[in-house]
Design a protein around this ligand. Structure first.
Ligand code: SF4
Length: 337
């Protein structure tokens, strides 16, 4: 089977105790069956601790009980006690995999990293990172496809056109959104066998006209961290002035590639899901909400502090991914409304 990934995928390495926002806090760690057997049979006091912190959550998943919002095995040196005591192979699948995401399309496979990991995000938002794609054989057999091969070809073809839009240096953030919207709408028209007309304004003004509604929507979702809630609450009282908008537009023009990489990520990760849903606009809406949220929150921080650091720009995008994209409930809500 052919597998496709970006060069950064292979270059990723967890920065462990240097991580500014470890995946060992706030998130539940689901313990898969194989790991459960290993943990059940682990000996000594460490085995006792493993067994004492496993519980079943409301969804029926076996998880570790968090202690002060931290994984109980994340030690004071910000290192993993399971890794230290039992070795890397004893990590459960969730921890072994994160932030690696495997997308299986039966006859081919794609891999990407998660934006919720700060180190992965740093690699993925770097200039040119999304242009370096690698395709290789992965020594596994193709699986039988249960989808329409004509439709997957159509989706792959249009996705290439979207990537071409995103790699065009002459196009800004809003030009890209506009063109991607047009491309998505044309596929949706083909899938639905009817003609949809593109009538959405993707200018900065149009984007920001509904900024309070966007923040309200984000506040209405499930929220995991105080950091995200506080940021949204503060931003909910902010109405951008004309001078703030102009100053931010000038500032962010130097970092448009980060927004383009963000769009690329969403298209790479979600566009081909339409093979099941036949709903291409769902992917566009998810992408556009991520871009809009990042733009509004970065503008708010920029206007408040008079500047914006790379860490702040990245933090906004990473927090959004952690809070919205990685929450099953939130994605379910956004895609069903
Ligand atoms: S978030 Fe990423 S870099 Fe940080 S601890 Fe987890 S895998 Fe490592």
């Amino acid at each position: 089977m052919k597998t496709t990934y970006h060069e950064f995928y292979k270059n990723f390495s967890c920065i462990a105790n240097l991580c500014p926002d470890s995946c060992c806090k706030e998130w539940d760690v689901v313990v898969d069956d194989d790991s459960y057997i290993k943990y059940k049979n682990a000996t000594g006091s460490f085995g006792d601790k493993l067994r004492s912190v496993m519980t079943i959550d409301q969804d029926g998943d076996r998880i570790f009980t968090l202690n002060n919002n931290r994984c109980p095995f994340w030690n004071k040196d910000m290192l993993c006690d399971i890794y230290i005591n039992l070795g890397e192979n004893a990590l459960c699948e969730t921890c072994k995999r994160f932030p690696r995401i495997h997308l299986n399309y039966s006859s081919f496979e794609e891999k990407i990293l998660s934006l919720a990991c700060p180190e992965a995000l740093r690699l993925m938002l770097a200039k040119g990172a999304m242009q370096k794609l690698v395709t290789a054989e992965n020594n596994t057999e193709d699986e039988p496809c249960d989808y329409d091969t004509y439709v997957i070809e159509l989706l792959l073809n249009v996705r290439q056109k979207i990537f071409a839009v995103l790699s065009n240096d002459r196009l800004g953030i809003f030009d890209c959104l506009n063109q991607i919207y047009g491309l998505c709408l044309s596929v949706q028209s083909q899938l639905d066998e009817c003609k949809y007309n593109a009538e959405v304004d993707f200018s900065q003004n149009a984007f920001l006209a509904s900024c309070q509604n966007t923040i309200k929507l984000l506040l209405s979702l499930d929220i995991m961290t105080d950091e995200w809630r506080n940021l949204l609450n503060k931003a909910s009282k902010y109405q951008p002035s004309e001078s703030d908008k102009k100053a931010f537009e000038r500032y962010i023009s130097k970092y448009e590639y980060e927004y383009k990489n963000l769009m690329y990520y969403y298209i790479f990760r979600y566009f081909l899901n339409s093979i099941d849903s036949y709903d291409v606009m769902q992917c566009f809406d998810l992408m556009s909400l991520a871009v809009k949220s990042a733009y509004i929150l970065q503008l708010f921080l920029f206007a408040n502090g008079g500047e914006l650091t790379l860490n702040q720009r990245h933090r906004v995008i990473g927090l959004y991914s952690k809070e919205v994209e990685h929450s099953y409930e939130n994605i379910e809500f956004l895609t069903s409304n």
